[in-house]
Write a protein that binds this ligand. Sequence first.
Ligand code: S3P
Length: 427
Amino acid sequence: MDEIQKTGPLQGEITIPGDKSISHRAVMFGSLARGKTRIRGFLQGADCLSTISCFEKMGIEISNTPDEIVINGQGLHGLKSPPDTLYTGNSGTTTRLISGILSGQNFSTRLTGDESICKRPMDRVIEPLSQMGASIRSEGGNGCTPLLISPSALHGIDYASPVASAQIKSAILLAGLYADGQTSVTEPVLSRNHTELMLRSFGARVDSHANTAVVIPGDELHAQDITVPGDISSAAYFIAAALLVPGSEIIIKNVGINETRAGILEVVRAMGADIQYLNRSDNAGEPVADLLVRHSSLHAAVVEGSLIPTLIDEIPIIAVMAAFADGETVIRDAAELKVKESDRIFTVTENLRLLGADAVPTGDGMIIRGGRPLHGGSLDSYKDHRIAMSFAVAALMCEGTVSIKDADCVNISYPTFYEDLNKLRKK
Ligand code: S3P
């Protein structure tokens, strides 16, 4: 769908696909564990399929059926030299986490991805992995992929990360599984902790306190049965749509609400949202709930500081909500937005502006003065899945048709996004 019109109320129930971050990690850790790991609720998005294909290329048997993924893990030292370059597609998580794993192998690899990945900074993992003794370099010398990784002995380090990034933290912890001693990563603000939780459930020795995660190598990983919760980053589009469109009331089932990921719930509540948690449960350390969301009149908020890493991927949709909220929303401390699948400070404010909103980019975020009626327009997703989905939601509230270029990039994290949105519109 690339042309979207204003909608009437959204109603009904929706079950959103599995969490992208957790799906990647389940395949990676399952491949490094001994025995058969079974994954239910796996996200069949292009990014997670890139992770599967990388591990298949390294000799891991993975069966992918609609019901479950089964990974025949070969242990920490069971990967085989791939026949050619590993291709990570559009996936930053695959590229950065696998760099940590590859640094500990006894074979060389070349790693690359699509046009967008080849522009994203990889020096943020090259630097700490090199400190651990890894032989890893950017082929073009520009700190980006292709990366060349060769066998080398790793030692433990205590790394103070300059940015709060779960991808950096995870790359280092995974390399730490192959080091000769303990490795720790301290972040300025805690980022999502799925790696720590899941590595622990696979039997690795991982401790966390405050903003520091520590891995002590030496233990084998053991296969697990994993049920992946629904992705709160995907739920975010439906939360926003139901809050914005008058008369809406929806239930979003089985959403992961890990507190290192759930900042969006805090922000929309501060904006005046009517959201209730139903059926809370715990799934191997990952809390889950159904969300009942009703249309609410929203007001502006300040989004900053330690909240930012807990909602970094939701900032585009928060900005869309802010454009329809009363007052001035300020988003700051979010310079990381510039190095996502697109420069999201630019792509969000530019698209909002094209719809008639008052949105101003800043060095580390944006300022949005909400409440203007928005009109239709021709937008570019910049092949960034989160931009496409955010502006598909904005379109539901615009007077006039919104068209979105390369709208099919939602395949990266949510292949059935437009169908699911339409189901709620029809009722
Ligand atoms: C992710 C971490 C975040 C996030 C990305 C997924 C992960 O990136 O933006 O979509 O699965 O670890 P950073 O860790 O670089 O902020």
